[in-house]
Write a protein that binds this ligand. Structure first.
Ligand SMILES: Nc1nc2c(ncn2[C@@H]2O[C@H](COP(=O)(O)OP(=O)(O)OP(=O)(O)O)[C@@H](O)[C@H]2O)c(=O)[nH]1
Length: 611
């Protein structure tokens, strides 16, 4: 079959062969894999009605459509798929409990605290930490290691609860987006003197999307003007109906300052876990879990706080956590005590890794150090590749100029916490006047967090996404990071205006001015084999600089422009520059029409700052 010819460039036909591409690949990536010219693929796609640049990330369907057109089956692989396949090559899987459910042991619930800014998440986590009966006995000082476990008494039984100590739903959703389901129960903190706020709603949306039960902590009940009943009533609108009103959600009035209600809150967490979750884990299998936090400790090297999800983690285990690996040298709890082993739902600091893993990375214990290292190496390579790819694709405020050369248009997506601010921001932005050359276009606007579909839109069109008082959802953040989409957050309008104005200014085509460098008079013309004619010249003014631009003047008229000083010699030696009054040999590349008495004028183009 003849190769299809698009715009005069032929494309290699795949004849039904399969080519694998990472999600979000560009036409350049595809071109590399199938040995084609990126430009030919751009043209081919253009004929199919899609206009993209060679380095822009292309969505799955478009890649497949293009593939079908040129005879390739394109298999788009997500990073998660890739990792799953990587583990499979070592006969490993992450995430599944092994064995018979009957043999599993019950495990403590893992809780994340979420809520609006300043509603008291941090204070509440502190108060809970101090309520720990075991710590109280030990009189120990707890350290912040990203997660901790407290033991509380319920109906005469001592029962542990694990708290993720990084409040806020960013880490919650970031972990969820990376496939690490960590949280069993969300404690939604609402300040009784303030009520339900945008981030309260956001947090509860995240929890509901993840199908995680919620316990509401109505905080700051010690404050004057606290109205806990109003919180209960407000939240019914969002499907959280208090038990006392006939619903299923437990509401507990607390004060993180006076510690009122903390024990009730812990009890409510356990009761909710018992009522709606059957939390069990296999303690016998190879341990697996999630990295909660990683840091580099001066004395101990890389330290990761991990949460064991199944199996029992022990000192001496060979572990791979994200792209870090190593042998577990020691296990420490949140009081700094050494542990021999860590059971499911136990947060524990692991010392002994070769590098610092990222929060949300999964960890696995493997049979041999060698396997851990190989997995880590492969992951490192993949991260590097992805970074390189996104560097290529990245369009940011800083280097928009190159990316938007043709269109000279800055596209924006504006998301905000309410329609008033979104409109106000758009209006203010549209008033920015920089230059007629450049257009500012808002291609999408809306109320709410930045979603994956916003990022998809941004990808298709080289866009900057502005979040005004809102954040990107986990999946959106992940996609934006992976694809290098520029997402900016603002809380004040003028700051957004300043930055966008600066971006637009940066997009202006630079103005260049010609700077004279020097002139030389041709005294003699030498014919040099392989090089061509060389002008034996005397520098009349300034300096002749190698590689500078040049024009040739004969009898006062410009004979040739667009030349450059391709070779410059003083006697037999190469020179980078030759000053006024000296003789030199100047070669003008393939330009050979040089005559005695011609004048070579040299100059450079320098960017002129705009005011
Ligand atoms: N009176 C009173 N003040 C509280 C209570 N809980 C928290 N606060 C105060 O509320 C403010 C915010 O508390 P934080 O714990 O920092 O709130 P947060 O939700 O963690 O805030 P961000 O981390 O900024 O989102 C602090 O000044 C606390 O002292 C409470 O129960 N009663």
């Amino acid at each position: 079959m003849a190769a299809p010819s698009m715009g005069g460039v032929s494309l290699p036909r795949g004849n039904g062969q399969t080519v694998r591409l990472p999600r979000g690949a560009s036409l350049t990536d595809l071109a590399e894999r199938i040995n084609a010219q990126p430009a030919a693929l751009v043209t081919a796609l253009f004929h199919l009605g899609e206009m993209v640049t060679a380095t822009q990330s292309v969505n799955d369907e478009t890649l497949q459509l293009l593939g079908a057109e040129i005879g390739w089956v394109i298999q788009v692989v997500s990073p998660e798929d890739e990792d799953r396949e990587l583990l499979e090559t070592f006969d490993l899987t992450f995430g599944d409990e092994e064995g018979d459910e009957e043999d599993w042991s019950s495990r403590p619930p893992v809780v994340t605290v979420m809520g609006h800014v300043d509603h008291g998440k941090t204070k509440l986590l502190d108060a809970i930490r101090d309520a720990n009966v075991v710590a109280r006995e030990a009189g120990g000082i707890t350290q912040h290691i990203g997660a901790y476990q407290v033991v509380t008494e319920l109906e005469g039984l001592e029962r542990p609860i694990t708290f993720i100590d990084t409040p806020g739903h960013e880490s919650f959703t970031a972990m969820r987006a990376r496939g690490a389901k960590v949280t069993d129960i969300v404690v939604l903190v609402v300040a009784a003197d303030d009520g339900v706020m945008p981030q309260t709603v956001e947090a509860l949306n995240h929890a509901q999307a993840a199908d995680v039960p919620i316990v509401v902590a109505v905080n700051k009940v010690d404050k004057e003007g606290a109205n806990p009943a109003k919180i209960r009533q407000q939240l019914t609108e969002y499907g959280l109906v208090a038990e006392e009103y006939g619903g299923e959600t437990m509401f507990v009035d607390v004060s993180a300052i006076t510690r009122q209600g903390i024990d009730d809150l812990l009890a409510a967490i356990l009761l909710t876990a018992d009522a709606s979750l059957d939390l069990r884990a296999n303690t016998e299998q190879d341990p697996q879990g999630v990295v909660i936090e990683g840091k580099l400790d001066k004395g101990r090297g890389p330290v990761a706080t991990v949460l064991v999800q199944r199996g029992t983690l022990r000192q001496g285990d060979s572990i791979v956590a994200g792209d870090a690996y190593g042998r577990v040298r020691s296990l420490l709890d949140e009081h700094g005590n050494k542990l021999k082993e860590a059971l499911p739902a136990r947060p524990v600091q692991v010392v002994g890794l070769t590098s610092v893993p990222r929060a949300g990375d999964t960890f696995l214990v493997v049979e041999e150090d060698r396997v851990a290292r190989q997995i880590a190496d492969r992951r490192q390579a993949r991260i590097r590749n992805a970074q390189n790819a996104s560097m290529r694709k990245r369009i940011s405020l800083e280097d928009l100029d190159a990316a938007l050369k043709e269109t000279r248009q800055l596209n924006l997506i504006i998301k905000g916490d309410n329609s008033g601010t979104v409109e106000a921001l758009e209006e203010a932005l549209m008033k920015i006047e920089v230059d007629d050359e450049i257009a500012l276009r808002v291609i999408h606007r809306g109320v709410g967090g930045i979603t994956k579909s916003d990022i998809d839109l941004a990808l298709a069109d080289d866009v900057i996404v502005l979040g005004f008082n809102v954040r990107a959802e986990g999946q959106a953040t992940e996609l934006a990071n992976r694809e290098g989409v520029d997402v900016r957050y603002y809380t004040v309008i003028y700051q957004a205006i300043d930055e966008i104005e600066a971006a637009l200014k940066g997009m202006l085509k630079p103005i260049y001015e010609e700077i004279q460098l020097g002139t030389a008079e041709v005294r003699e013309v030498f014919r040099v084999p392989k090089i061509g004619n060389v002008a034996g010249s005397l520098v009349r003014s300034g300096t002749i600089v190698r590689n500078s631009k040049a024009r040739l003047i004969r009898d006062g008229a410009v004979v040739a422009d667009n030349l450059s000083v391709e070779s410059l010699r003083r006697f037999k030696d190469d020179a980078t520059e030759v000053r006024e009054g000296y003789e030199c040999g100047i070669g003008l590349g393939s330009f050979n029409d040089i005559k005695v008495d011609d004048v070579i004028e040299t100059f450079e183009m320098r960017e002129k700052p705009r005011d």
